[in-house]
Design a binder for this molecule. Sequence first.
Ligand SMILES: Nc1nc2c(ncn2[C@@H]2O[C@H](COP(=O)(O)OP(=O)(O)OP(=O)(O)O)[C@@H](O)[C@H]2O)c(=O)[nH]1
Ligand SMILES: *[C@@H]1O[C@H](CO)[C@@H](O)[C@H](O)[C@H]1NC(C)=O
Ligand SMILES: *[C@@H]1O[C@H](CO)[C@@H](O)[C@H](O)[C@H]1NC(C)=O
Ligand SMILES: [Mg+2]
Length: 527
Amino acid sequence: MKRVHHRNHQEQKKCPSIIMMRLAGLCVFSTIILSVVFSLSLVLRDPPSDAVPISVPRWIDDKLLAGLLPAGFDETSCLSRYDSLINRKGLSAKPSSYLISRLRKYEALHRECGPYTQSYNKTVKDLRSGVPSQSSSAACKYLVWISYSGLGNRILTIASAFLYALLTNRVLLLDPGLDMTDLFCEPFPHASWFLPPDFPLRAQFHHLNQKSAHCYGKMIKDKSVTASFVYLHLAHDYDDQDKLFFCDEDQRFLDQVPWLLVRTDNYFVPSLFLMPSFEQELNQLFPNRETVFHFLARYLFHPTNRVWGLVIRYYEAYLANVDERVGIQIRVFDTGTGPFQHVLDQILACVFKENLLPDVNRKQATISSSGKPKSKAVLMTSLSSGYSEKVRDMYWEFPTTTGEAVGVFQPSHEGYQQTENQMHNQKAWAEMYLLSLTDVLVTSSWSTFGYVAQGLGGLKPWILYKPENRTAPDPPCQRAMSMEPCFHAPPFYDCKAKKGIDTGKLVPHVRHCEDMSWGLKLVHNYA
Ligand SMILES: Nc1nc2c(ncn2[C@@H]2O[C@H](COP(=O)(O)OP(=O)(O)OP(=O)(O)O)[C@@H](O)[C@H]2O)c(=O)[nH]1
Ligand SMILES: *[C@@H]1O[C@H](CO)[C@@H](O)[C@H](O)[C@H]1NC(C)=O
Ligand SMILES: *[C@@H]1O[C@H](CO)[C@@H](O)[C@H](O)[C@H]1NC(C)=O
Ligand SMILES: [Mg+2]
C-alpha cells in the first residue's frame, strides 16, 4: 500500500471521554466503521497496477487489528497503539479467534492478579515468609522477567515469556531494570506489567545465577526440589539441567511454584512447540505457526509517545512519499571498527542479485527517462554511518539503470552498543520500528535487532549470510523461510528417551535457521 495517509484521527478525536458506556460504545463502533470505510477508500484509490510485486498481501482491518488489541485504552497516552499509520500496514495474517479470546482472558487474569491486588499482596506475603511452594495456597502464579541483554533480545524474550505465561496461566511481570521505562506503553488494560519497586526479591536479581540455590538446574543437581521461588536460567550459557525446563515432567513440578523468575536472552518459543503438553493449545492459538512473534509483538510492543515521535517524524520526512521503501539492517559482529569493504560488497551484491534495488551505470553520465521516475527510499540502520554514506554517494554519482530515483537515509549512527542509556535505547527501538514499516527488508545474520523488525512488520527478509574470514559470502543472501525469529541456543534433548536428538528434524514446522545452522525457528506447515 503506497502513499500512506494516516490522518484519520479527526474522526477519533470527536469521541469525547464520556462516562456513559452506551455512548462510548457507539462512539467506538462508529470509529471502527469510519476507519474501515477509510481503509476501503484507500484500497480502491490505489489501482492494483501500482502494487509492489514483492510485498506480502496485507490483512487490513480496523484500528484494533482484527481484535488483537483490547479496546478501552486512553488513546492520547499512547498514540502508537491505535495509530492508523501502523494499522494501515495491517497484519500479515488474521489472528485466530482462539488467540483473541485467550488474550482477553489473560488481560482479566492480569487485572485480577496484577501489582498490589489482594491476590498479589497475599502471594508476596507468602514469599516473604518463605512458605515452600508446594504448601502455598496462592491464588495467582507469576513469571518475573529479569532485564538482560540488548534491546532486540529483550523484545524477543518478553514475547517468549508472555507466551509461556499464557500457556501456564501465569501473570507476567517485568523487572524494569535501569532502562526499560519510556520505551513501551503498558499492553494490558487497567494493570501494570511492571514489577513494583518494593518486590522483596528485587535486590537479589542481580546475583541470581546458575550457582544460586534457587536456580532450577542447581536444584536438580542438588536433588533438593523445594523452594518458595524458582529461578530459571535460560540464557545462552545454560547447561543440561537448566534445559530440563523444556521437558513436560519438569513443567509439572514448576506448575506448583507461585513465583518463577526467568533470565534469558533467547527467543525460546520454537522449543515450546516441541513439548507435547503445549502442543494442542499452541495449534489452536497459532494455526499458522510463523505468525507467533508477529502477533505477540503487535499485541505487546507499542512505542511510547516519545519513541513514537522519533518514528513518525522520520517516516513522514523521508519515507512516506515514495513508491517503495527498502530497509537494510546492518549488524557487523567482526571485531575492529568498520566500515568494511567486504560488508559493503555483500550488501550491493545482495540487493542487485535479488532485484531489490537498481544497479547503477558507471559509464553514462545521465540516463534520460520520460515522465516522473519511480522513487525508492532506502532506510539503512547500522551502528556505523559508513555503509549508507557509500550507498548514498553511489546513487548520487551515477544514474540507475532503470531510471528510478533512489534516496538513502540512516537515522542514527551510535558507534557502539550502549545498553542502559535511555536515548540510545529509544533510538534503537524507533529504528527497529521504522525498519518494520518498509516494504522489502534485508537483515544481517544472527541479529535479534533484525528479527524484531521482520516480525513486527510481518516481513520475510533477505538475510545476509555471515561473512567468514572478512570476505563477502557467495551467494550474498537468502530469502528467509518465515518471518519468525531464530532460537539461537535450543536444547537438543529427547525428554522421553533421555538422550540427545536433533530437535530441528522432529516436526515440519520447527526447523534449523537460515542464518545459524544449530538454531531453531518456526515455519508455516502446509501439511
Ligand atoms: N540505533 C541503533 N542501535 C543499534 C543498531 N544495531 C545495534 N544497535 C545497538 O546495539 C544493541 C544490539 O543488541 P540487540 O538489539 O540485541 O541486537 P543484536 O543485533 O542481536 O546484537 P547483539 O545482542 O549484540 O548480538 C541494540 O539494542 C542497540 O542498542 C542500529 O542499527 N541502530
Ligand atoms: C496491597 O499492599 C499495598 C501496600 O504494600 C497497599 O497499598 C494496597 O492497598 C494493598 N492492596 C489491597 C487490595 O489490599
Ligand atoms: C581464511 O583466510 C586465511 C588466509 O587468507 C586462510 O589460510 C584460511 O584457510 C581461511 N579460512 C577459511 C575458513 O576460509
Ligand atoms: Mg541481540
